[in-house]
Design a protein around this ligand. Structure first.
Ligand code: KIV
Ligand code: ZN
Length: 517
């Protein structure tokens, strides 16, 4: 084993997805997983297979799709959880089960109501059972940040003997300071020696997650558990982009330590996760925020022009941020030139169908918008990929919204080659649109979240709408995406996108159950 390599374990699809408003459907998770593979992540925690049939489906499909990264599923220290995890990840060429139990006095007493001996017994059994499915087992001492060192050593001895090769020490509640976490990792990594890899998983409740991750790396941790854009429970997890770029940029401090992350893919990965979840990183977020490489003040601009390193410690290109260029293609440009452009933008796996659809939309856009930018093209391609399921397709929308009248929407939708049209009134234009769609499709969605952002600057900018909708009480919310120069059109598309996503998940799960019967 290379003691200088830091294993990057990404948990965007598990801890990240667990955070409110960040749930993704299976197709979206597969897209993120493929991008994480391109980014060079070593281990992808694809989900918590036992949580629901939908989660099992997502983990197993990712396991069938990704080949270079190891695919992992979380499981409590419970046989059925471990079995579901083992079955789901079993499809992947490289796979891992991650099982855990809490070891802090507060969790053992109030949550688990278990003694130390019982916790050790359960942990050992979990690891032994997991080893009957896979060779690679990671064990987490949940709430390690508030656990006692002597007890953690006992647990570590027992689970390593049972077959765990990675020991994760989560600061579950984001309580530790970097000096304290560093000291804990030093003691426990010296204790483990060559018997196991020490991993850390830091939450950001005090804004210290990445500082703690780096302190851990300096003290012997050789795996870091991170998420894209720092998504995760509550205040989130340590952000992959921050930890990876700190190790790369501060070679003077980290010496020979390195990750094998393909850093120019960082920005594309961040954009994909933000687009899919609808959760944008704050503008001043390090590495991936809109302002991370923007120099507003004249003094800074002047300095950077004279010598880049005066105000920039990293090259934007190193994380995949390139200067925005205006697309040179015009409305008369051909398909081949358009394909060249999207390949240049990093979309090398676009299907012919997606390319053709995006090309048609590009032509329409070029007719209406003065400058079509790289960001516009990126969004057109992403939007096509995110809306590949077209059970219900919007073909027309007419609205009238008067300050003194009744907001009305007439909607035409294609379903199984038939175009249906209906009109409805509402408390506002959006309400009228949603009601018309509900009546046409026969589904009654409950809108949980709605966001609109503009892709570029300017009055003629594309509007990107994200909706989160619940269609039945027994299933989670589904996210829909809509993109149009007209915000209401984008809204209607996003609402239908969420419905399509819900129906496709329902159909796939029903088919699975049918096969199992
Ligand atoms: O924060 C935490 O403790 C976790 C574990 C399940 C690893 O997410
Ligand atoms: Zn966590």
């Amino acid at each position: 084993m290379d003691r200088n390599k830091i294993i990057v374990f990404d948990t965007t699809l598990r801890d990240g997805e667990q955070s409110p408003g960040c749930s993704m459907n299976t197709e979206e998770k597969i897209k993120v997983a493929l991008q994480l593979e391109k980014l060079g992540v070593d281990v992808i925690e694809a989900g918590f297979a036992a949580a629901s049939p939908g989660d099992f489906d997502a983990v197993s499909r990712i396991a069938q799709t990704v080949t270079n990264s190891s695919i992992c599923s979380l499981s409590r220290a419970i046989e059925n959880d471990i079995k579901q995890a083992g079955l789901a990840v079993g499809y992947a060429p490289k796979h891992r089960i991650h099982t855990f139990i809490a070891t802090s006095p507060i969790h053992m007493k109030y949550k688990l109501k278990m003694s130390e001996d019982e916790v050790i017994k359960r942990a050992v059994h979990a690891v032994e059972y997991a080893r009957t499915f896979v060779d690679d087992v990671e064990f987490s001492l949940e709430d390690a940040g508030r656990s006692e060192i002597p007890f953690m050593k006992e647990v570590m001895d027992a689970v390593i003997a049972a077959g765990a090769s990675t020991i994760n020490l989560p600061d579950t509640v984001g309580y530790r300071l970097p000096t304290e976490l560093g000291a804990m990792v030093k003691e426990l990594s010296d204790f483990a020696g060559d018997r196991a890899i020490i991993s850390v998983h830091n939450h950001n409740d005090l804004g210290l997650a990445t500082a703690n991750t780096l302190a851990a790396v300096m003290n012997g941790a050789r795996q870091i558990e991170v998420t894209i854009n720092g998504l995760g429970e509550r205040a989130g997890n340590s952000a992959l982009e921050e930890a990876v770029m700190a190790i790369k940029t501060r070679k003077d401090a980290f010496g020979d330590l390195y990750t094998t992350i393909n850093t120019p893919e960082i920005y594309a990965t961040s954009r994909l996760v933000a687009t899919i979840t609808g959760v944008e990183p704050q503008q001043n977020k390090s590495i991936v925020g809109k302002n991370a490489f923007a120099h507003e003040s004249g003094i800074h601009q002047d300095g950077v022009l004279k010598h880049q390193e005066t105000y920039e410690i990293m090259k934007p290109e190193d994380v995949g941020v390139y200067k925005e260029s205006t697309l040179i293609l015009g409305k008369h440009s051909g398909r081949a030139a358009f394909r060249d452009k999207i390949t240049q933008l990093g979309f090398d796996k676009v299907t012919d169908e997606e390319l053709n659809a995006a090309f048609e939309r590009f032509k329409l856009l070029a007719d209406k918008k003065k400058d079509v930018t790289d960001d516009d093209v990126r969004m057109l391609i992403t939007d096509e990929a995110l809306n590949s399921i077209k059970t219900f397709e919007l073909v027309g929308l007419q609205i009238s919204d008067c300050s003194n009248g009744v907001p009305t929407a007439a909607v035409s939708i294609k379903h199984k080659d038939e175009v249906m049209t209906d009109a409805n009134i509402g408390n506002g234009t959006m309400d009228a649109i949603f009601k018309a769609i509900d009546r046409l499709t026969g589904y009654n969605g409950e809108l949980k979240d709605y966001k609109v952002t503009s892709v570029t600057e300017g009055k003629d900018a594309l509007a990107k709408v994200t909706t989160r909708v619940v269609f039945d009480d027994n299933s989670p919310s589904f996210v829909g995406h809509g993109l149009s120069i007209d915000t209401m059109l984008a809204t209607a598309k996003a609402y239908l996108g969420a419905l399509n996503s819900y129906l496709s998940q329902k159909e796939r799960l029903a088919k699975k159950t049918e096969h199992q019967v």
